[in-house]
Design a binder for this molecule. Sequence first.
Ligand SMILES: Cc1cn([C@H]2C[C@H](O)[C@@H](COP(=O)(O)OP(=O)(O)O[C@H]3O[C@H](C)C(=O)[C@H](O)[C@H]3O)O2)c(=O)[nH]c1=O
Length: 189
Amino acid sequence: MNIEETSLPGVRILTPRRFGDARGFFSESWNRKRMAEHGIEIDFVQDNHSLSAEPGTVRGLHFQAPPHAQDKLVRCGHGRLFDVAVDVRVGSPTYGAWIGVELSAENGRQLLVPRGFLHGFVTREPDTEIIYKCSDYYAPGTEGAVRFDDPGIGIDWGIDSAAAVLSEKDAAAPALKEIESPFSWDGMA
Ligand SMILES: Cc1cn([C@H]2C[C@H](O)[C@@H](COP(=O)(O)OP(=O)(O)O[C@H]3O[C@H](C)C(=O)[C@H](O)[C@H]3O)O2)c(=O)[nH]c1=O
């Protein structure tokens, strides 16, 4: 397992080892004990899996508010996507800052998105599938969204925003400055 820190403390890139042979490869996509050895102790309780048919599909930027905030461990099961995390912890030195990482079935990379960060992605290929572990259950009444093309955040999605394939919810999402983030920075990372 290779673990890379990013410019946003707590947001990390995990690349599990792949054992290749003539058939293909084998990889442990999650191992709680091994992650704990790296100081990552998260009790995931729900796995999510979505397929987006069209390249240029954007899902996000989403969060669940406390007490149902979710840490997420995101990977791409098929195709390729650009995965984004945005720090929305009030008081954080990196509040409003974003980071994006290309995840693909081919590169096997995973992005650890801690609670307190918005999560979203854009697909780069047809029939792209995202699979991610969540540390709390779906709690519809606590969901929040911020517009993916918020100029106040300035994410470079690599697409023409006007051409993005969006849900009605995401198309109507507010800018970050229009919401009151329910997350506060703990002064640690
Ligand atoms: C998130 C979720 C959704 N649903 C149902 C509710 C809707 O009937 C349907 C589609 O939900 P939604 O349009 O919110 O799906 P996405 O736009 O992919 O939302 C996700 O996109 C970003 C990238 C995320 O990180 C979140 O996990 C999540 O917000 O699935 C469930 O039954 N359980 C769930 O945990």
